[in-house]
Ligand binder design. Structure first.
Ligand SMILES: [Zn+2]
Length: 117
């Protein structure tokens, strides 16, 4: 798989697809921003007013790795918006995050956080 040049539109399309496939369309469309560095690969900033998902512009994304990272960030959003979890900035990967990730990996064989980027 070659390097993907990603646009915000691609991210929106993927988000809508994964929201439908894995999150029962429970997530609100976030605002997408690009991180102008290789790391972090992605981050999620969510509170009561808005959700922003930031994705690195400088990673050599493949279809698989971009899917992996975007779903990881969507799990943060799901934990906050649907499970009323702790704010991302306080507990980035709490018990609810691990539970949802385990459930998705188990049910759909997604390998979230298991593939090298
Ligand atoms: Zn995370």
């Amino acid at each position: 798989m070659g390097k993907l040049e990603i646009t915000k539109n691609d991210l929106k399309k993927r988000f809508a697809e994964y929201n439908d496939l894995y999150f029962q369309n429970k997530l609100k469309m976030p605002l997408f921003k690009f991180i102008m560095a290789k790391k972090p690969y992605g981050s999620c900033h969510v509170d009561k007013k808005r959700c922003e998902i930031w994705i690195s512009k400088y990673v050599k994304w493949t279809d698989e790795t971009l899917k992996n990272v975007l779903i990881h960030e969507m799990i943060h959003q799901y934990v906050y918006e649907v499970l009323h979890g702790c704010k991302y900035t306080l507990f980035p990967h709490g018990i609810r995050f691990y539970y949802v990730r385990w459930r998705l990996n188990n049910k759909y064989d997604l390998g979230i956080d298991k593939i090298p980027i």
